[in-house]
Design a protein around this ligand. Structure first.
Ligand code: GLN
Length: 485
């Protein structure tokens, strides 16, 4: 039987269910659903079953089990897992098997979670639809002709199709929230620095954050509880205490001031998304929140700012893939420069090349001030917008994406249209504030709509309280796609 993260963990902890039994059921679901969804790049059957047996053995020895005991979790393939193929959906890392676990992977294991395998993504997390994967396309469980969103589309689709109740994603400019919105599940981008990136294959280091996907709010809260905290291996992690996120889900929201940023409700917003998001906000009013319009005036510069900064950082981060240290090597018998060139030409896909070129250009002498430096300044203005808004309100509520899931192939020939689909998620990434997406409705054609909840730095708890309140409201329930219920 499929269960939420919290119920599953509690049933394994109490001995009502065995972790091995849960794992076997999970693999049966993966076998049945994966051919149509294609969420995984690698299912680690042996490692998964072995981990489940180890959890049962631990319980048999009388030891206390962790918060995620026997909970099957899928891992975005941008995160290192010892001995398991890790490619970031790129040809250049084909055959690469890390010799260490990412800190988040190690933390999940320490909490007795069982790891199902590696999920598909846009190559190096660059994309909004998963179509930039070098290996396969992921299908949205709500409509298999549609994209699951990106870049963490595989992680979102695995959870939405109920293959497993939780997964890990990474969010640089929306890659957890937008696929969560498209797939009708919960996705959390924590505060920049809240969760370790040690072992995450870097895309844009001033923006990258790891976070959970789950079928429900409490499941995401429990996962973040396990993931959050300082890591000596990642100097950007914050040394702040980790709140009790699950307890936060029980907190009343009465009296919280909810800001509605008007810039998120403008041109390009699908009317059905508009209606669903406003309905969710009016439900919050019924719970005693006060609602007030606010302005984040620099929002319109977020897409341009992000695509300068993220590409600049990517061009530098991706310099390490040169055929010497990891994965693919082409023309090894030629001189070094030609070997680098041939390897990178064969190993990177077109979107990754485009970003390396763009990023190198905006950093080059003569253009640095006009693009990179300018973008850094605008980033500060965007951050100040949030600081000012949070002087007046406790939380911001907005759409996660301007539309529901688009068709596979619909935007692949127009990179700009694809970039514009990130318009609602980029500002919070640039400001480093936490933001989550929760499902709040379905369109007339049965596609999920996400509400984005943004809070000040380190105020994830406040967002969980709002999210749990919405989830409890009968008018906002979404559930699972019928064929994967
Ligand atoms: N869609 C955005 C991009 O293509 C964000 C991706 C991400 O958050 N990793 O860069």
């Amino acid at each position: 039987m499929f269960d939420s993260i919290v119920r599953l963990a509690e049933s394994v902890r109490s001995g009502e269910r065995s972790a091995e039994g849960v794992a076997t059921e999970t693999l049966a679901r993966v076998d049945a659903r994966e051919p149509s969804v294609k969420a995984f790049l690698h299912v680690d059957r042996a490692g998964f079953l072995e981990a489940a047996k180890a959890v049962d053995a631990k319980r048999a020895r009388g030891e206390t089990l962790g918060l995620l005991a026997g909970v099957p979790i899928a891992i975005k393939d941008a995160l290192c897992m010892t001995g398991v193929p890790t490619t970031a959906a790129s040809r250049i890392l084909e055959g690469y098997k890390p010799v260490y676990d990412a800190t988040v992977v190690a933390k999940l294991r320490a909490a007795d979670a069982t790891l199902v395998g590696k999920t598909n993504l846009d190559e190096f997390a660059m994309g909004s639809s998963n179509e930039n994967s070098a290996y396969a396309k992921v299908h949205n469980p709500w409509d298999l002709d549609r994209a699951p969103g990106g870049s963490s589309g595989g992680s979102a689709a695995a959870v939405a199709s109920r293959m497993c109740p939780g997964s890990l994603g990474s969010d640089t400019g929306g890659s957890i929230r937008q696929p969560a919105s498209f797939c009708g599940i919960v996705g959390v981008k924590p505060t920049y620095g809240r969760v370790s990136r040690y072992g995450l294959i870097a895309f844009a280091s001033s923006l990258d954050q790891v976070g959970p996907f789950a079928t429900d709010v409490r499941g995401a809260a429990r996962m973040l509880q396990v993931l959050a905290g300082h890591d000596p291996h990642d100097a950007t992690t914050l040394d702040a205490a980790v709140d009790d996120y699950e307890a936060a889900c029980e907190k009343p929201v009465k009296g919280l001031r909810v800001g509605i940023p008007r810039e998120y409700f403008g041109e390009g917003l699908d009317p059905e998304v508009d209606v669903a998001v406003r309905r969710a906000i009016s439900c919050l009013e019924q719970f005693g929140c006060t609602v007030k319009p606010v302005s984040l005036p620099h929002t319109k510069y977020a897409v341009a700012t992000y695509y300068v900064l993220a590409t600049a950082e990517a061009s530098s981060n991706l310099a390490r893939f040169d055929g010497v240290r990891y994965g693919l090597r082409k023309e090894p018998d030629r001189d070094l420069r030609n070997m680098y060139g041939a390897t990178r030409d064969a190993g990177f896909g077109p979107e990754v090349k485009r970003r390396i070129l763009l990023g190198t250009f905006v950093l080059s002498s003569g253009f640095y001030d006009a693009y990179y430096l300018k973008a850094q300044k605008v980033r500060t203005l965007i951050t100040r917008d949030f600081e000012k808004a949070f002087e007046e309100v406790d939380v911001l509520c907005a759409p996660t994406a301007p539309t529901t899931a688009f068709k596979i192939g619909e935007k692949t020939h127009d990179p700009l249209a694809m970039y514009l689909s990130d318009i609602d998620t980029l500002p919070a990434s640039l400001a480093g504030v936490p933001a989550m997406s929760i499902p709040v409705g379905l369109s007339a054609s049965g596609l999920p709509i996400g509400l984005q909840i943004i809070t000040p730095h380190l105020q994830e708890s406040r967002a969980f309280a709002i999210a749990a309140a919405c989830e409890s409201h009968a008018a906002l329930q979404v559930g699972a796609p019928t064929k994967f219920a």
